[in-house]
Design a protein. Structure first.
Ligand code: SAM
Ligand code: CA
Length: 221
C-alpha cells in the first residue's frame, strides 16, 4: 500500500484500542476538554499524543518546549514520556487554559516537570533566547499556537533546539486548505508559505506525517 489509509470511525476506535495506551489522566483531560465547546477540536488526538511521546522517548529528550498548550493534553503526553529529570517549558497566552492544564498535570503527578509561561509566545521565546547565551536549550519542540506566527516560532525553535533535535509543527495540512488556491485566509497563507519554505530548507531533515491535521517533523542538521 503506497498511500496512507483512510481512517473510518471504526478503524480509529480500533487504533485507540490496540495502538495507544492513553494514561487515565490524558483520557480525563480529553473528556473534560470535550465539554468546553467547539474549541475542543484544538486538542491533538490520542494517537498523535502516543506518537509524540514515542518521538520524545526515541530521541532521549530531556528538555522540551511547547508553543500552544490549551488544556494541557499534548504537554501531558510529552511530560509523561520524559525521564524523571526531564522538563517541559509550556507557552500559552491564555491564563485560564493554563490553569485547567495545570490541574491535569497535577493529577498525573508531573506538574513539577512543567514550567508554564503565560503570555504571547514570541515574548516567552525571546526571553528564553536572551537567557540562553547562544546555547541550544531543547531537544524537542512542538509548535501548535496561532498559525500566523508559525514562521517566527519555527525560526526561534531553530535557535533553541540542538543539532539532531526535533521540531514538530502541527496542523500543516489545515484540513486540506493548504492546497486550495481559493483559500487566501491569513492562517492558510501562513501555513502554505511555511510549508513551502521548509520544503527547501537545508537546515533541517523533514518528514510531513499525515497524522491528525498533518505534522511536519524537522530534525535540525
Ligand atoms: N497543543 C494543544 C493540545 O494539543 O492540547 C492545543 C493548542 S491550541 C491548538 C492553540 C493554543 O495556542 C491555544 O490554547 C491559544 O490560547 C494559544 N495561543 C494563541 N495565540 C497565542 C500566542 N500569540 N502566544 C501563545 N499562545 C497562543
Ligand atoms: Ca493543533
Amino acid at each position: 500500500m503506497n498511500r496512507s489509509i483512510n481512517l473510518t470511525d471504526d478503524l480509529l476506535d480500533y487504533i485507540h484500542r490496540v495502538g495507544t495506551r492513553e494514561h487515565p489522566v490524558l483520557a480525563q483531560c480529553r473528556e473534560q476538554t470535550a465539554t468546553i465547546g467547539w474549541q475542543a477540536i484544538m486538542q491533538i488526538s490520542a494517537e498523535q499524543g502516543a506518537f509524540m511521546a514515542m518521538l520524545v522517548r526515541l530521541i532521549g529528550a530531556r528538555h522540551t518546549l511547547e508553543i500552544g498548550t490549551f488544556t494541557g493534553y499534548s504537554a501531558l503526553a510529552v511530560a509523561l514520556a520524559l525521564p524523571h529529570d526531564g522538563r517541559l517549558v509550556a507557552c500559552d497566552i491564555d491564563p485560564d487554559m493554563m490553569k485547567r492544564a495545570r490541574r491535569h498535570w497535577e493529577n498525573a503527578g508531573v506538574a513539577d516537570k512543567i514550567d508554564a509561561k503565560v503570555g504571547p509566545a514570541i515574548d516567552s521565546l525571546q526571553t528564553l533566547i536572551d537567557g540562553a547565551d547562544g546555547n541550544p536549550l531543547f531537544d524537542f519542540a512542538f509548535i501548535d499556537a496561532d498559525k500566523t506566527n508559525y514562521d517566527s516560532y519555527y525560526e526561534y525553535c531553530l535557535k533553541l533546539v540542538r543539532v539532531g533535535g526535533l521540531i514538530a509543527i502541527d496542523n500543516v495540512l489545515w484540513s486540506g486548505s493548504v492546497i486550495d488556491p481559493d483559500d487566501t485566509s491569513d492562517d492558510t497563507v501562513a501555513l502554505r508559505l511555511l510549508n513551502n519554505k521548509i520544503a527547501e530548507d537545508d537546515r533541517v531533515d523533514i518528514a510531513l506525517v499525515p497524522i491528525g491535521d498533518g505534522v511536519t517533523l524537522c530534525r535540525k542538521r
